[in-house]
Write a protein that binds this ligand. Structure first.
Ligand SMILES: *Cc1c(COP(=O)(O)O)cnc(C)c1O
Length: 354
């Protein structure tokens, strides 16, 4: 892939050391763009100054939501090197989302090369403080100026970069989760396994309800029977019950998280038993009542491991592990972030150094 680079003539002010970055609010100086045209394929790969893009109001993305996105991070290691975490997995998942949404495939090597190239150009923007990172957001939008319902014939693939603060400003801390038994996020046969805006649009009403009640995220049940555990807002979910690690199996309505996959591989390598299966909310409530629910945590790129200290289902609230971080949660967090920041041995070859 030939990438034309146009550097900005007006570099922005970079956040200073120690400045609060938050998440997804500050963007770097450059972005990657590539166009797709039916009959030609992907073309005009370029890195240009970050800025507005122009689309007709009739562009299909605005009406029927044909789009997909990905999310990963670049880390400034303790040795000063820049690392990506398993970007090949993002490339594969992007194409799985693309296939479901009738968006053309992007060769995996091009997807990863584009990420590396734009991160390289804005490498100075990667923050250095402990826990901070450069969040990478690749996405594809349908751009045909056409109100008919059909796959678009033109697309834009864009990558933007956002220096982001540590997810846990005051260290790893347990969160409260609301088990939603009214709204649903996805159904099998739908788009639940694709990383796409529509799933998030469907999730907002429940999230607002949970936030109003003081819970940080929603845990979704299956869309048909509202009986089986699926996943959290932007995280997959794990339980430790009777010493065994249990997580819902990928069934088509759950997003196949890269952190989820990494946690399963790590647990297995540590000699823990991992069960990927259906788990009903009744089984979970029973395990909580009988004291067999030892730990619960979410997994995702943003937080890596998010210990769950409190679960609410209907009118009952369960406290897990005294609302404290479990040993397994802590160990997984330390191991994965250790690999990401180049502090521990990367036995799985997950890190890609720029
Ligand atoms: C992105 C995402 C996850 C987590 O995936 P990671 O690859 O681990 O970041 C989980 N659930 C949903 C709905 C997501 O969009």
């Amino acid at each position: 892939m030939d990438i034309k680079i146009t550097r900005t003539k007006n570099p922005k002010r970079k956040p200073e050391k120690g400045e609060k970055l938050g998440f997804g609010k500050i963007f770097t100086d450059h972005m990657f763009i590539m166009d797709y045209t039916e009959g030609i394929g992907w073309h005009d790969a370029r890195i240009v100054p970050y800025g507005e893009i122009s689309l007709e109001p009739s562009a299909m993305i605005f009406h029927y939501g044909q789009e997909m996105f990905e999310g990963l991070k670049a880390y400034r290691g303790v040795d000063g090197k820049t690392r990506l975490f398993r970007p090949d997995m993002n490339a594969k998942r992007a194409n799985s989302s693309n296939e479901r949404l009738c968006i053309p495939q992007i060769p995996e090597e091009d997807f990863v090369e584009a990420i590396k190239a734009v991160v390289k150009v804005d490498e100075d923007w990667i923050p250095e403080e402990e826990g901070t990172s450069l969040y990478i957001r690749p996405f594809i939008i349908a751009t045909d100026a056409f109100l008919g319902v059909a796959p678009s014939k033109t697309y834009m693939f864009i990558i933007i970069l956002a220096p982001s603060g540590a997810y846990y400003e005051n260290g790893l801390a347990p969160v409260g989760i609301w088990i939603e038994d009214d709204y649903v996020r996805a159904v099998r046969g739908g788009i639940g396994y694709a990383k796409t805006g529509g799933n998030y649009a469907a999730s907002l009403a429940a999230q607002v309800k949970a936030h109003d009640d003081g819970y940080s995220q929603v845990l979704w049940l299956d869309g048909v029977e509202r009986k089986y555990i699926e996943e959290v807002g932007a995280m997959n979910i794990f339980f430790k019950i009777d010493g065994k690690i249990v997580t819902p199996m990928l069934n088509g309505s759950i997003l196949p998280g890269i952190t989820r996959n990494s946690v399963i591989e790590l647990c297995k390598s540590m000699g823990c038993e991992v069960e990927e299966r259906r788990i009903s909310v009744d089984e979970l409530v029973e395990a909580a009542h009988s004291g067999r629910l030892e730990e619960c945590f979410g997994t995702g790129t943003a937080a890596v491991i998010s210990p769950v200290g409190k679960l609410r289902y209907k009118n009952e609230v369960f406290t897990i592990n005294n609302n404290e971080i479990g040993d397994l949660s802590q160990k997984l967090y330390d191991t994965i972030t250790g690999i990401q920041w180049g502090k521990c041995e990367d036995n799985f070859n997950w890190s890609v150094t720029l």
